[in-house]
Design a protein around this ligand. Structure first.
Ligand code: GRF
Length: 203
């Protein structure tokens, strides 16, 4: 499957996807990286890996709809079949989400449905949970609310700061995202209403 990655920043999850896609039996190829920030560090990593990059900044479009239409056009030009959001820090319009529904996934740094939105590590520490982690889910109109494909948990340690916890979760993200994309690219995890239907997987 031809996969495009949307980023806004560092791009460490994007890098994990690029690395995994190099494996000979991996069912997806990263065909392009789109950033809404011209200075996203991830762009340099993608370029160094020989992957097509495109910057589409919000301020160059009059409306949010026009911005998302430009992203959509770029995805089509790349021949993308699947979209991975990887630290893309902007909410997508409902028409864009509808168009890509079932073919667009996101990684969120929390065990959903806990801690949607930003600042998840601080929220987890405040809540006093002893397990935290990350989730990969299909993107639907509801922010961080789409059906969950895969999750990984990490312990919350007594001395954790948001930073130390975030670093532990990030390591788990880098393993989880390639695994979840594999399931979707192989057609083993498909969206069905508000759930994921798994096929060809044994317990
Ligand atoms: C990750 O924690 C991801 O879960 C969240 O934003 C962060 C992006 O980091 N959506 P990176 O750009 O992949 O390094």
């Amino acid at each position: 499957k031809r996969v495009a990655v949307l980023i806004s920043g560092r791009g460490s999850n994007m890098t994990a996807l690029i690395e995994s896609a190099k494996e000979p039996d991996y069912p997806a190829e990263i065909v392009g990286v789109i950033s809404d920030k011209v200075d996203a560090p991830g762009l340099h990593i993608a370029e160094a890996a020989g992957i097509a990059t495109k910057v589409l900044e919000r301020r160059d479009y009059q409306t949010k709809e026009a911005h998302d239409l430009a992203i959509d056009a770029t995805l089509h030009a790349l021949g993308a079949e699947l979209v991975c959001l990887a630290g893309y820090m902007r909410l997508l319009t409902t028409s864009f989400v509808r168009e890509w529904q079932g073919r667009m996934i996101n990684i969120h740094p929390a065990l959903l449905p806990l801690f949607r939105g930003l600042d998840t590590h601080r929220k987890a520490l405040e809540a006093g949970v002893r397990l935290h982690g990350c989730s990969v889910h299909f993107v639907t109109a509801e922010m961080d609310g789409g059906p969950i494909i895969a999750q990984a948990a990490v312990p919350v340690l007594p001395d954790d700061s948001p930073e130390s916890l975030s670093a532990r979760v990030l390591k788990a993200e880098h393993r989880l995202y390639p695994m979840a994309l594999r399931l979707v690219a192989e057609g083993k995890a498909r969206i069905e209403g508000d759930k994921v239907r798994f096929e060809g997987m044994t317990a």
